[in-house]
Design a protein around this ligand. Structure first.
Ligand code: ADP
Ligand code: MG
Length: 303
């Protein structure tokens, strides 16, 4: 398994990560969440051995992952890392980029493997296109295919779908994570997008102020968010009587002791998000129907 033991790291004086410890079993998928600047990318780079740690140690199985001071070549051979700013060879084709790490010894096997990878990232139609002609999202997909080409034991993905439009994102996520699970590839994803996490992660780790403030299943953290930062990854919420109440947990009913006045209705597709005033505070709840401005409603928490 991957064992991160009490690691700390700073680029300059301030510690970006402080006393970080966690474990990941082979084949598990873990996501690293946190606000922008919370150290997600830094943590992935440390797992890859990019920098020397100030403190602590990292192991994969019985091998230690060492920084550049002790290790000339960055990145262990059993691990692949797809950076936020992916690097590809622009003047050669998608197929050539994906196959860059594959042996030429068995050309038929190699082509079969590339076809399989093109299928996973849904780029079959672009097999012979030069990478420089692709969109940002397509390039990102080439980078993903290249990273899984040689079947690493562990893959680190930094915001892997950030350049891909919503249209493609959903099916690509399913296809990629299904592939990684089938091949028992351990996967660590840094993201701020709940849709990257909820259906696919066994655990999610939340970083805040250089530390891990939560490490649990997405289900547990969703049901029981210990603070507003965690809740905010899942959905919009209200604070009512010191409780975190997601907007879908607040409903209009015939009668209750929470009387509110409607301010605005926002169309959200299969529901409306209603903004209302409750004792001088703005609250949001979800409703099948639109409400007129200034309509009085009674609200109820439905946990
Ligand atoms: P995230 O990926 O969560 O947005 P990062 O790991 O990129 O966060 O950054 C964490 C902090 O480290 C930020 O304050 C950022 O400015 C700083 N940082 C990132 N890379 C470097 C670097 N190469 N040199 C100095 N500071 C850096
Ligand atoms: Mg980042």
């Amino acid at each position: 398994m991957l064992q991160v033991k009490n690691i700390s790291f700073s680029y300059k004086k301030t510690l970006i990560l402080k006393g970080i410890s966690f474990k990941v079993n082979p084949g598990e998928h873990v996501s690293i969440l946190g606000e922008s600047g919370s150290g997600k990318s830094t943590l992935l780079k440390l797992l890859y051995g990019t920098y020397n740690l100030n403190n602590g140690r990292i192991f994969w199985k019985d091998k230690e992952i060492l920084g550049p001071k002790q290790n000339l070549i960055i990145g262990p051979e059993y691990m692949k890392y797809v950076a936020q700013e992916f690097d590809l060879m622009p003047f050669i084709t998608v197929t050539e980029n994906i196959g860059a790490f594959l042996s030429n010894f068995y050309p038929e096997e190699k082509q079969k493997r590339i076809d399989e990878l093109l299928n996973v990232v849904e780029l079959t139609a672009f097999a012979n296109t030069k990478v420089k002609l692709l969109s940002g999202g397509q390039k990102q997909r080439v980078a993903l295919a290249k990273a899984i080409a040689k079947q690493p034991e562990i893959i680190l993905l930094d915001e892997p779908f950030s350049h891909i439009d919503n249209f493609k994102k959903q099916s690509l996520r399913r296809s990629l994570f299904k592939y990684l699970k089938e091949k028992n590839i351990t996967c660590i994803v840094a993201t701020h997008d709940k849709d990257d996490v909820l259906p696919f992660s066994d655990y999610m780790i939340v970083l805040h102020e250089a530390q891990i403030i939560a490490n649990n299943t997405p289900q547990q953290l969703f049901k029981n968010p210990q603070n507003t930062l965690i809740a905010s990854f899942f959905d919009e919420f209200n604070i009512i009587d010191d409780e975190i109440i997601y907007t879908h947990q607040l409903k209009a009913v015939d009668k209750s002791n929470l009387k509110a006045t409607v301010k605005k209705s926002y169309f959200k597709g299969h529901y409306y998000l209603i903004e209302a005033n409750l004792n001088g505070n703005t609250v949001f709840f979800e409703s099948k129907f639109q409400y007129d401005e200034n309509k009085e409603v009674f609200l109820k928490k439905t946990l």
